[in-house]
Structures are given as structure tokens and as C-alpha cells.
Design a protein around this ligand. Structure first.
Ligand SMILES: *[C@@H]1O[C@H](CO)[C@@H](O)[C@H](O)[C@H]1NC(C)=O
Ligand SMILES: *[C@@H]1O[C@H](CO)[C@@H](O)[C@H](O)[C@H]1NC(C)=O
Ligand SMILES: *[C@@H]1O[C@H](CO)[C@@H](O)[C@H](O)[C@H]1NC(C)=O
Ligand SMILES: *[C@@H]1O[C@H](CO)[C@@H](O)[C@H](O)[C@H]1NC(C)=O
Length: 786
């Protein structure tokens, strides 16, 4: 970029130089000003030729000193010192320097580079109202940029590189309407980029590299003239910037970009240099980037790009430098990159390519890593990062065989958020990516058709989330987003960028394990997607900086908006309660969820401690189980020995399996069913036992006594046949002897039978609660039950 700009600057210079007549006589006041400047700058060597008799307008321009006059005024002043000059002595005053300088009011171009200038930029600079180009690089300016700079309305080029400026870029930018070049690299600017950047329609070069900017890049797509965008080494992201198509140079290196590369990039036909290395990009690498018509430099190193390369893929003939290293690429290096041409550098190490060269990882590493989440220490030098990646490489083969860890999910209760004052610790880093998980991982689920059909579930593909994304979604885990706390972590409600709501469970790890150790569990979790489960959407690891062990795991679930099943049955009577058919439908939903937990995945998930308060209803009143027994860490982490054996967790869950363990869930389901029928909660096993016995007595009695038992809210509308069936299956579920309880398939069959009976009775008529009683029903019904 510097090269391009220099050409351009030189051109301007030549044009301006060419347009002046060489022997203008400068008024003595301006000559005096220059002499004073010489003194204030402490008589630097480059100005040694200046004295009281110098004809400033008639000196030969040199690379370090140029004075240009026009109509008896100095219009350009270029003073360029030696690189790395120390700051001027203590008696230097930036204020008197600028005060002197503004006595050259016609200055259009001012270059004061490497002169040791120090101090905050005085707002008086705004008096140089003709200024078009200002370059004060490589000095020691500090403090913020004075807002008065906005008075320099002719300013086309502002270069403050390599100083110590701080603060945010604020709206003064939008007041510089003709700004074409803005270069602020190597300062300490911070804050997010103002959206007014997107309205600087003359902007051609925007260089903000090596600062501390963070957050999203504002939409720059309307900057039709933008050719150079250099954002290297900030903390920007995660969304790929929106840009116009005329870019020539795009450098996003060393930021926090993680969203995929948008397809538009393939249409940047003028793009010569693309450097997106050392970000957090994940997902497939688009090989079309190699074939961009103008590309000569392509660097994607140090990301987590996945995908398979093929020999036949094509490249732009002009490519001079390609760096694909340290990604998760598989397949074969495209043949077009293999030529031995000395003119072209091709780097591709630390991938999983099918070539013996340049230090490739085994294929499994890329597969596992695509699942896992990498560790790139925040704001550390690149060396650190590649070390961490290497370290991951060495442990890459180990698949975590940890013991079982229990997790109570999603206790979605309205708990006061008092306790949730914990702020995320700062010593930690998180790594992320938004890997979309391939459905191949679902292939060992038995009910493949159910789980694979994500579209039918209406859920986005499972992926990893970045911590930033979660922080943003929860407003930094603000207490207002706190939903509750279970034994193993807190629940937060979050709103993603796309507007969708999610529930986020945060689990603190007690023992240090690398992300690899958790991959077995993540593979299980990502299979837990079913219409009747509150399904997993993804996860996020947060790791300690020092040893990259996992400090917290965030599990992201779909957010189910319509409250608990209990709130529709026996609580909050202000709300409409579920009709009898809706109750049967809810019971079927829960039973299908249980069936999926038991048999839909391997190993099955049993002993889920099902409670009606953990059954949630979505906007269509579809019942979803929100709390199930997952083999995930926390308290059981204590039992994990340091010698991790692969497959250990499977073993453990097999051992842990008690006889008839599936029947524990059947009993819990019976309790839920009981509440659906009776319309009130039961607080103890004793109470359940008593009611069960009573129910048993009624079932064999007549229709009227059965009807007396049932919730007053529905007892007018349920048919005798379905009521009887529901009661019978409920009684069997609550049997003391687990062996006597029905199987989940049996339960489902009976529930579906009850639903069919209702359907048949109702025909196509609407099945809402308020429908009139059936003629077959007894005319008088007792409205009170105990
Ligand atoms: C230049 O002139 C000023 C007065 O106009 C005088 O003070 C100074 O000493 C002179 N400097 C030189 C180098 O002759
Ligand atoms: C500033 O101090 C330097 C020595 O550190 C001295 O040579 C110079 O004359 C002083 N300049 C002024 C303007 O006082
Ligand atoms: C600022 O001026 C210096 C000296 O002429 C030059 O080397 C540098 O490239 C300029 N900065 C930019 C961004 O052009
Ligand atoms: C920017 O940095 C300064 C200190 O250098 C700090 O006081 C300020 O809070 C930072 N601003 C933002 C928005 O981070």
C-alpha cells in the first residue's frame, strides 16, 4: 500500500512542483518563520543549510527537505528526519512549534516525519485551513486527536502513523468530506470504528493497522473508491467486513474475524492482495480465492479453514505468494501451486494434506480439530500461537475418555437474578469459530432420519460459538439475562445477532483438561437434537491462557418461549389451560422425547430426573424436554484419574447402567401424566402413591367416578375411552416394581391410541377446550373435585 500511495503522492508532488515558478521571492515573515522552526527543532542536521540568506523558494528539493512556494507563499513543506530519532529535548514545546507553523497559512502539504516531535497535538493546527495533505508519521505525538481537526475541510490525506495517539475515532471523521487517505497505523487508538467511516465516499485508502480497535467493522460497502483496507493487528470482528468490489488490498490479519468468507469476495476482481491470516476463521476455504483474476498475494494462514482441496483446482497465473499453513485443509494441493517456479512462494504446512511435504498432520487431527476449538492466545505474538497449535497437535490423537459427568440442563425457572453477579474473568481467553458440524457425525445415531432432518427441526446446524458472540448476546452476561442456576452452572438467555433467542448454560470446570478431552461429549451433545428435546445449537470453550486448559464450557440451546408445562396445567390459572387433546399431545411429545433419549442415540441417556417443570412448550405448544441427563463433567470430574483411557466414558455409562434404568424415567413420566390428568401438582412420592391407588380404584369403576377424578378444566371435554386409557397407562407407569412398568414404546402406543380416540370423536371439528360437551356425556357433572 505504501508503495501505491508513494507513487500517488509523488505524482501530486510533481504536478504541484511543475506548476510553480522556481524563483518566487518569499516575504521575509515567512522566511523568518522557517528560521524559527529550525530553532525550535533544535537545528537538526537536515536543516543545516538554512540561514538568514537562504532563498527558500529556490532550493533544490531533496528526499528529506522540500519547500514549495506559490504566489509568494509557502504551500508545501517537507521535512523528513532520520528514522528512529529520539524525542526532542525537554525544552521543546509542541505548542510554540505549531504556533509558529500556522504563520504559513497557505500550506497545503505538510510532511513532518521522524523529527522527534512530541506532545499532544494542539488544536491550533486547525488554523492551517488550506491543508490538504498532512503526514506527521514517526514522531512522539500522544493524547487524542483534537476535534478541531474537523475544521480542516480541505484535508484529503491524513497520516498519523507511528505515533502514540490514543482515544476513539469519533465523528469528526464525517466532517472531512474529501478525505481520501486515512492512515493511523501503529498508534494506540481504541474503541469501535464509527459508522461514519462508511460515509466517507472519497476514501481510497484506509489504514488502521496496529491499533486497539475492536468490535465490528462498519458497513463500508458504499465506499466505491476504497482500494486499500488494512486493519491488521486489532481486535476487530467477528463479522467479515462489508466492502465495495473495487478493493485492491484487503488485510484483516491478526484480528478476531471468525464468520465465514462471504461469497462476494469472489467478485473482487481487482483484488491483488488478500491477507486474512491469524484470525479465527472457520468453515470451508473457498478455493475460488486462488483464482481471483488479479490476485498475487493470498494468505489465510493460522485459521481453522476446513475443506478438501483437489489437484485440478485452478489458480491465477499471477500468484506470487500463497500461504495456506496452519489450517485444517485436507485433500491434495492443487497442481497449479506445485510448479517449482522460483518466483512463487507456496506455504501449506501444518494442514492435513495428502503430501509428505511441509510437516502435515494426520487426517484425524483436522477432523478432530474441526470439532474442537483451537487456542490462539489473545494479543500474543504469533510464535505463541503456533506453539499452542503445535501443542494441540501432539494431544490431537487422544480422544477424551473421561468419566461421566452429569449435567442438569436448562432449569428454566424464573429465579431471581440476584446471584448472577459473576463477571467473566479476564485472565481467560476463549476460542471459538463457527464451525458448522457435518451431518456425518450424526451417522451413528440410530434414528438417523429423525436427527439428520435438521430442516424439519427448524434448527440451524450445530456449530461452535465465540465467547464474544455470547457476551454480546447476553450483554456481558448481564443479570437481566440470568434465568436460573442449577447445581452445575448458570443459565442465561441470549439474543444472537440474527435476532434468534438462545439459552446458554455456563459450566465451570474444576479440573484442567484440554478441549480435546471434551470432544467425546461434544459429539454426543450435538446428536441431542430432536423435536421434543430442547436441542443443542452449539458450544463454546473458554480456556486458560497459560496452559490452554478449559475453564468454562458454554452450551447453547434453543430458547423455548412458552413456559413450562406446569404453567399450562396447574399453575398461573390466569392463563388458559391446555385442553384434553392438547394434554395428550403434550404427553406424546414428552414420551417421544424420552424414547429418543433412550434409543435414538448411542449410548442412550437414562435417569433423566424428568419433572413437569422441565418440560417446556414452544410457540406451537410442542412439548420439549429441557433437562436431561448428559454425560458431562462438573461434579464427576473429580473422579477422573489423570490416566485418561480412550472410550472410558462409554465404559462408565455402561457400568453405571442399573437394571431397568429406563424404568426410572417411566415412573417420572407417570408423575407428569398424573399432573396432566388431575390438574394439580404432587409434592411427595407418598402423595403420588395415594392418588395412584385411588385412580386404580376409579379406573375399574364407572365413567362418572373416573370423570370425578379428572381436572375440572377438562373433565367436560374428555372422552371416556381416552380418559380411561390415560389413567391406565399412568397407573402402570407409577408401579412400585420397575419391572412391572411399561416400556416407553408401550406408553407411546397407549397415548397415541388415546389421541386417536379423541380425534375420531371430534372428527375435523376444532378441538379447543371451549367446545361443547358431548351428547354422550352424563348431563350433570360435579365441578368440584376434592
Ligand atoms: C538571522 O536574523 C535574525 C534577526 O533578523 C538574527 O537574530 C539571527 O541571529 C540571524 N541568524 C543568523 C544565522 O544569521
Ligand atoms: C534546548 O536545550 C538544548 C539542550 O538540551 C539546547 O541546546 C537548546 O539551545 C535549547 N533550546 C532552547 C530553545 O532553549
Ligand atoms: C509519510 O511521509 C513519509 C516521508 O515522506 C513517507 O515515507 C510515508 O510513506 C508517508 N506516509 C504515507 C502513509 O504515505
Ligand atoms: C481507550 O483507551 C483509554 C486509555 O488508553 C481508556 O481510558 C479508554 O477507556 C479506552 N476506551 C475504550 C472505548 O476502550
Amino acid at each position: 500500500m505504501a508503495k501505491g500511495f508513494c507513487h500517488w503522492a509523488l505524482l501530486v508532488l510533481v504536478l504541484i512542483l511543475g506548476s510553480i515558478r522556481p524563483s518566487e521571492q518569499l516575504p521575509s515573515s515567512q522566511a523568518q518563520t522557517l528560521i524559527r522552526i529550525q530553532g525550535i527543532l533544535n537545528f537538526p542536521a537536515i536543516l543545516s543549510s538554512w540561514n538568514n540568506n537562504t532563498d527558500f523558494c529556490d532550493t533544490e528539493p531533496s528526499s528529506s527537505l522540500t519547500v514549495v512556494c506559490y504566489e509568494e507563499s509557502i504551500t508545501q513543506l517537507h521535512i523528513i528526519g532520520h528514522k528512529g530519532v529520539p524525542p526532542l529535548p525537554r525544552n521543546f514545546s509542541i505548542d510554540s512549534f505549531i504556533t509558529t507553523l500556522v504563520k504559513l497559512p497557505s500550506l497545503k502539504v505538510l510532511t513532518l516525519v521522524s523529527l522527534g516531535l512530541w506532545g499532544p497535538m494542539p488544536s491550533k493546527i486547525a488554523r492551517l485551513s488550506s491543508l490538504e495533505i498532512l503526514n506527521i508519521s514517526s514522531n512522539y505525538f500522544y493524547g487524542t486527536i483534537p476535534e478541531e481537526i474537523a475544521y480542516l475541510t480541505s484535508l484529503q490525506t491524513l497520516i498519523l502513523d507511528d505515533n502514540m495517539f490514543i482515544g476513539e475515532l469519533s465523528d469528526w471523521l464525517s466532517l472531512l468530506p474529501v478525505l481520501a487517505v486515512l492512515s493511523l497505523k501503529k498508534n494506540s487508538f481504541n474503541g469501535s470504528l464509527p459508522s461514519s467511516l462508511g460515509s466517507l465516499e472519497n476514501l481510497r485508502i484506509l489504514t488502521l493497522s496496529h491499533n486497539r480497535f475492536y468490535g465490528e467493522v462498519p458497513d463500508l460497502s458504499s465506499l466505491d473508491n476504497l482500494q486499500v483496507l488494512d486493519l491488521e493487528d486489532n481486535a476487530l470482528g467477528p463479522q467479515f467486513p462489508r466492502l465495495g468490489t473495487k478493493l485492491v488490498t484487503l488485510v484483516l490479519k491478526k484480528n478476531r474475524f471468525s464468520s465465514g468468507i462471504p461469497v462476494e469476495v469472489s467478485s473482487y476482481y481487482q483484488l491483488e492482495r488478500l491477507d486474512i491470516s491469524y484470525n479465527r476463521f472457520a468453515g470451508p476455504f473457498p478455493p475460488s480465492l486462488l483464482a481471483l483474476p488479479s490476485v498475487t498475494y493470498l494468505n489465510i494462514a493460522g485459521n481453522k479453514f476446513t475443506g478438501m482441496l483437489f489437484g485440478y483446482q485452478s489458480c491465477n497465473a499471477g500468484l506470487e505468494f500463497v500461504d495456506l499453513s496452519s489450517n485444517l485443509l485436507t485433500g491434495n494441493l492443487p497442481n497449479c501451486l506445485k510448479s517449482d517456479s522460483k518466483k512463487r512462494v507456496v506455504l501449506y504446512g501444518r494442514n492435513c494434506l495428502a503430501t509428505g511435504e511441509q510437516n502435515q498432520h494426520p487426517f484425524s487431527f483436522c477432523r478432530n480439530e474441526a470439532l474442537a476449538v483451537g487456542i490462539i492466545p489473545h494479543r500474543k505474538k504469533q510464535k505463541g500461537a503456533s506453539k499452542a497449535v503445535l501443542a494441540l497437535g501432539t494431544i490431537g490423537g487422544i480422544l477424551g475418555g473421561i468419566a461421566l459427568f452429569c449435567l442438569v440442563f436448562l432449569v428454566v425457572r424464573r429465579v431471581n437474578a440476584k446471584k448472577a453477579t459473576k463477571t467473566p474473568p479476564t485472565k481467560l481467553i476463549a476460542e471459538n469459530a463457527s464451525t458448522v458440524y457435518s451431518s456425518k457425525l450424526f451417522s451413528d445415531a440410530r434414528y438417523v432420519s429423525q436427527t439428520m432432518n435438521l430442516g424439519a427441526l427448524g434448527l440451524p446446524a450445530y456449530r461452535t460459538f465465540s465467547l464474544e458472540e455470547l457476551e454480546e448476546a447476553t450483554n456481558n452476561f448481564d443479570t437481566s439475562t440470568f434465568m436460573g442456576e442449577g447445581s452445575q452452572g448458570q443459565m442465561y438467555r441470549g439474543k444472537l445477532k440474527d435476532g434468534s433467542l438462545v439459552a446458554i448454560r455456563c459450566l465451570k470446570m474444576k479440573k484442567s483438561h484440554s478441549t480435546q478431552n471434551f470432544m467425546h461429549h461434544i459429539e454426543l451433545i450435538l446428536k441431542l437434537r430432536h423435536r421434543h428435546l430442547v436441542s443443542s445449537l452449539g458450544h463454546c470453550f473458554e480456556c486458560y491462557l497459560d496452559d490452554a486448559s478449559v475453564s468454562r464450557i458454554f452450551l447453547i440451546f434453543e430458547y423455548v418461549p412458552n413456559g413450562t408445562l406446569r404453567s399450562w396445567i396447574s399453575e398461573g390459572r390466569s392463563r388458559q389451560t391446555l385442553s384434553w387433546t392438547q394434554r395428550i399431545a403434550a404427553a406424546i411429545g414428552v414420551a417421544k422425547g424420552i424414547e429418543f433419549l433412550h434409543t435414538g442415540i448411542l449410548p442412550g441417556v437414562y435417569s433423566n430426573n424428568l419433572k413437569i417443570t422441565d418440560i417446556l412448550l414452544d410457540q406451537n405448544l410442542v412439548a420439549k424436554i429441557s433437562s436431561y441427563n448428559l454425560p458431562l463433567l462438573a461434579e464427576n470430574m473429580g473422579k477422573v484419574s489423570s490416566g485418561i483411557s480412550s472410550g472410558g466414558s462409554k465404559e462408565f455409562s455402561v457400568n453405571a447402567r442399573v437394571q431397568h434404568e429406563d424404568k426410572i424415567d417411566i415412573y417420572d413420566f407417570g408423575v407428569i401424566l398424573l399432573e396432566l390428568i388431575m390438574g394439580r401438582p404432587f409434592n411427595s412420592t407418598n402423595e403420588v402413591d395415594v392418588i395412584r391407588n385411588w385412580l386404580q380404584a376409579c379406573v375399574t369403576a364407572d365413567d362418572a367416578s373416573r370423570r370425578n377424578m379428572v381436572d375440572a378444566a377438562v373433565h367436560r371435554t374428555c372422552s371416556d375411552e381416552s380418559l380411561k386409557t390415560m389413567m391406565e397407562i399412568c397407573i402402570r407407569c407409577l408401579h412400585k416394581d420397575p419391572a412391572e412398568r411399561p416400556s416407553i414404546e408401550d406408553v407411546l402406543w397407549n397415548l397415541q391410541f388415546a389421541a386417536q380416540v379423541e380425534d375420531a370423536l371430534r372428527g375435523d371439528s376444532d378441538s379447543s377446550d371451549g367446545s361443547p360437551a358431548f351428547p354422550s356425556l352424563p348431563p350433570r357433572l360435579r365441578l368440584n373435585i376434592h
